[in-house]
Design a protein around this ligand. Structure first.
Ligand code: SAH
Ligand code: SF4
Ligand code: F3S
Length: 447
């Protein structure tokens, strides 16, 4: 029987993508995959350290593996991802059941590292990939055409690392300096994913729109070329940074049907004083001007964002600017977080002076306001016709299929002729919570 691997993933889409790459690398070594840790010969925990909580989750998960490791001494337990990069040897010291710790830059060496662990070594591999130039094909050539297609969807990493140094953020420390992949390499990967059934591709990077393959070939040029790939129905990307967003990108989104009308543009805080302390390099006014242009050029565009409440020194007045931004933009979805100091970051040097109760209250006010806005938006969707990409069967309702609108809203469609991968026009009939419901618009009804 083939050895089984269990991979547990925390954190962002980049981490999900890394876990997919690990599956590819391990499959080539003869591994199969299981969702039951007790059946596995290899367990990989792919970690995230962006906020305090996920990191605690990792240690408690590792704690639960101790018994298993005692029963199965041959089991290899590996810790990957951002906590691994940041904590390195500490993890080996703190958790005896761990055999291997490795950072994101060492992912493609997984098979040889696991072999060494099987021979009884305890390893910590957190060195950086040798840096060549700002352009670097950090996905080795032989893997560039073997990317994972998950149903109708696939990811492509276009940049790695981040040069921004937002003062609260651990990511530049765990993912290193920014490098961009060669465009040829990215396009080859896109074509291969489409050939293998991908209808929707997500471009990934910590700051996708700082992509730069040369002075004249930046994110705009890449998007332009990708949007011409035959058979690629949908393109999404995450996350762009507001300071690098310019209106020519909005124009391109408006022009190309396959660049989705959906943009995740994190603004983090509404107060210019806080934005400055976060080193975001833009003001709220600049942000709102870009949003205004997006909403004018692409009516109905779905905007989503990230924000942080309780950054050191954030007053009630500062916080009210965040609420003001939510009311002005009317995002379709908001990912809001309580500030948590991360070791080694610039903000961690400043006192974390907003009391926990206050952070919680601010977070609750954000969520309250946003749920009102979401509810209003969902109601406004009624009777509109949305282009939907069908991506799975509805888990409970027989005869219904699930999909996403162009704006990435989840929708279930009652129709028993639909198949995964269909792209259809759907009239929205109502909603339940965050889920829209609808019916296919038939050709005859459309005419
Ligand atoms: N590269 C992306 C996302 C980075 S992490 C970007 O720049 O947009 C995802 C989100 O986590 C951030 O947008 C931010 O809102 C949140 N975050 C990052 N560090 C944090 C911290 N120390 N405390 C609370 N939230 C944080
Ligand atoms: Fe972190 Fe800022 Fe880079 Fe995003 S842009 S990863 S928030 S440093
Ligand atoms: Fe987390 Fe690392 Fe992603 S810290 S958010 S897994 S880049």
């Amino acid at each position: 029987m083939r050895p089984q691997a269990f991979i547990q993933t925390y954190g962002c889409q980049m981490n999900e993508h890394d876990s997919n790459q690990m599956r590819n690398v391990l499959a080539a070594e003869g591994y199969a995959f299981t969702d039951k840790p007790e059946r596995a010969a290899l367990i990989v925990v792919n970690t995230c350290s962006v906020r305090g909580n996920p990191e605690n989750k990792v240690y408690s998960f590792l704690g639960t593996l101790r018994d298993l490791k005692r029963q199965k001494p041959d089991l290899v337990v590996a810790v990957a991802g951002c906590v691994a990069q940041q904590e390195g040897e500490n993890i080996l010291r703190r958790e005896k059941s761990v055999d291997l710790v490795f950072g994101p830059d060492n992912l493609f060496r997984l098979p040889e590292m696991v072999r060494a662990a099987r021979e009884g070594k305890r390893l910590c591999e957190t060195g950086w990939m040798p840096r060549q130039r700002k352009i670097q094909n950090f996905i080795p050539e032989e893997w560039a055409e073997r990317g994972h297609v998950d149903g109708v969807k696939a990811y492509i990493a276009i940049t790695k690392g981040c040069n921004n140094m937002c003062t609260y953020c651990i990511v530049p420390h765990t993912r290193g300096r920014e490098v961009s992949r060669e465009s040829k390499n990215i396009l080859r990967e896109a074509r291969s994913l489409v050939d293998r059934g991908a209808k929707e591709i997500w471009l990934l990077g910590q700051n996708v729109n700082s992509y730069r393959a040369s002075k004249d070939y930046r994110f705009h040029a890449l998007l332009d070329e990708l949007s011409r790939v035959d058979g690629l129905e949908r393109i999404r990307f995450t996350s762009p940074h507001p300071k690098d967003w310019d209106n020519t990108l909005t124009d391109l989104m408006a022009e190309r049907a396959n660049i989705c009308n959906h943009l995740h543009l994190p603004f983090q805080a509404g107060s210019d004083r806080v934005l400055h302390a976060m080193r975001r390099n833009h003001t709220l006014e600049e942000y709102l001007a870009k949003i205004e242009y997006l909403q004018r050029r692409i009516p109905g565009i779905a905007l989503t964002t990230d924000l942080i409440v309780g950054f050191p020194g954030e007053t009630e007045e500062d916080f009210e600017r965040t609420l003001f931004a939510l009311e002005t933009v009317r995002f379709s979805q908001v990912f809001a977080f309580k500030y948590s100091p991360r070791p080694g970051t610039a903000a961690a040097q400043i006192e974390d002076d907003v009391p926990r109760g206050e952070k919680e209250e601010r977070l609750a006010r954000v969520l309250d306001l946003q749920s009102q806005i979401t509810e209003e938006q969902m109601t406004e969707q009624r009777d509109t016709v949305q282009r939907v990409l069908i991506d799975g069967a509805h888990p409970r309702q027989r005869g219904a299929m699930d999909g996403r609108t162009d704006g990435y809203r989840p929708i279930s469609v009652t129709d028993d002729t639909l198949e995964i991968g269909d792209l259809v026009d759907v009239r929205v009939t109502g909603h339940r919570g965050h889920w829209l419901q609808g019916e296919v618009v038939r050709e005859s009804a459309r005419a």
